[in-house]
Design a protein around this ligand. Structure first.
Ligand SMILES: [Zn+2]
Length: 372
């Protein structure tokens, strides 16, 4: 990660870009153990991670438990038909590219495969060179040119609570995520423990993490706040910034909002998430559907055990009921609310349709002053 800014380089920075940028996860659906070993070996040699499934049940388990970048599937799986599986995957995970690896060249299947997200048809036996070239070219062509979202939080766990579900959803549809956490949260708990928890959560999210070390509860008086956020904006080049709301009782949250608003003046979309300390003046205008990731959001927040143990607002019940409450303003069962200050927010994924159901004059005026 290039860090040229002097102010930023003085701060503590952690880089997790490798989590999503260098290794791809390839799911292999194959019932022949020799072929599995061979493909796993080829993938390892080209720097990719292999997830293995010997039948369709195992393949669904892998898909439900991991982010999968590519599927290589055999068609002839004993009593099961790999093509049926590919049809279902194309429907449920339209973003995942598919490769068929089969000993048979079935013209009819080839024709039908064109209607799915099948990118290549590999003929067995598989040679290492052809296999690796095919995998790399399909992965390369399918690399999401998605949104770049920078989430900014004053303390470890603020981001996950406010917009963790939206980030998880956006990640599914190919967005690149960065988190800028401005302090180590020493007033709210043990700073080194919270830092450890933050690292785990960022890795679980597959986010690039920028971690600064501003003094907890004292952001207001620090002139480096705006330049630090500007440095990260320059480095990550986000399309969307999600940050605190100005309608918040915590002084660090308000200071983060004000500094973000200035530092993000060149960023297309600026939106504020809700915190447990948000006031009743928090008036969301945009709601993201987080129904399919609500459990994953709870698991993300569970990385912050030191906080979950002592904060009632982090109980599963409170997280669920809050998301359920905001769902009533959109068509979603569970939603996260945002004050949209500028721009718009749409994920490519169908499951993440954003509902713009409310709009308030004071937020529009905040937008114009931010742009000034
Ligand atoms: Zn906070």
């Amino acid at each position: 990660m290039p860090v040229q800014d002097k102010c930023l380089s003085e701060l503590q920075i952690t880089d997790y870009t490798h989590v999503y940028s260098t290794t791809s996860r390839v799911l292999i659906l194959e019932d022949d153990i020799d072929q599995i070993i061979l493909m796993k070996y080829y993938l390892k040699r080209s720097g990719h991670e292999a997830l293995l499934a010997r039948n369709i049940d195992e393949a669904w388990q892998q898909l439900n438990n991991h982010d999968v970048d590519l599927i290589v599937a055999d068609l002839n799986l004993g009593a099961e038909n790999g093509f049926d599986f590919l049809c279902e995957v194309s429907e449920k995970f339209p973003r995942i590219p598919l490769i068929i690896a089969s000993a048979k060249q079935d013209f009819e299947i080839l024709q039908s495969a064109l209607e799915l997200n099948v990118k290549k048809y590999l003929h067995k036996p598989l040679g290492e060179g052809e296999f690796q070239h095919t995998i790399d070219s399909v992965l390369n062509d399918s690399t999401p040119k998605g949104l770049r979202i920078l989430a900014i939080g004053a303390h470890p766990d603020d981001i996950e609570i406010g917009c963790g579900g939206s980030l998880l959803e956006a990640k599914k549809s190919g967005a690149k995520i960065a988190m800028l956490v401005l302090s180590r949260g020493g007033v709210g708990g043990d700073a080194s423990l919270r830092e450890h928890e933050l690292n785990d959560a960022a890795a679980a999210l597959g986010a690039c993490l920028y971690h600064a070390d501003f003094e907890d509860t004292r952001f207001d008086s620090d002139p480096r706040l705006i330049p630090t956020i500007e440095s990260v904006v320059r480095d990550f080049q986000p399309d969307v910034i999600m940050t605190h709301s100005r309608h918040d009782t915590h002084q660090d949250h308000r200071a983060t909002f004000e500094a973000s608003r200035v530092a993000a003046r060149s960023v297309q979309t600026l939106m504020s998430y809700q915190s447990p300390s948000s006031t009743t003046d928090f008036k969301p205008t945009t709601f993201t559907n987080v129904t399919s990731v609500i459990q994953a959001k709870i698991e993300l927040i569970a990385h912050y055990q030191s906080q979950v143990a002592v904060r009632s607002y982090l109980s599963d019940e409170m997280l669920l009921s809050t998301a359920c409450y905001w769902g009533r303003f959109s068509k979603a069962r569970y939603a996260e609310p945002f004050e949209l200050l500028r721009g718009h927010f749409h994920s490519k994924s169908d499951e993440t349709r954003v509902s713009h159901s409310l709009r308030y004059a004071d937020i529009d005026s905040a937008d114009s002053s931010a742009a000034a």
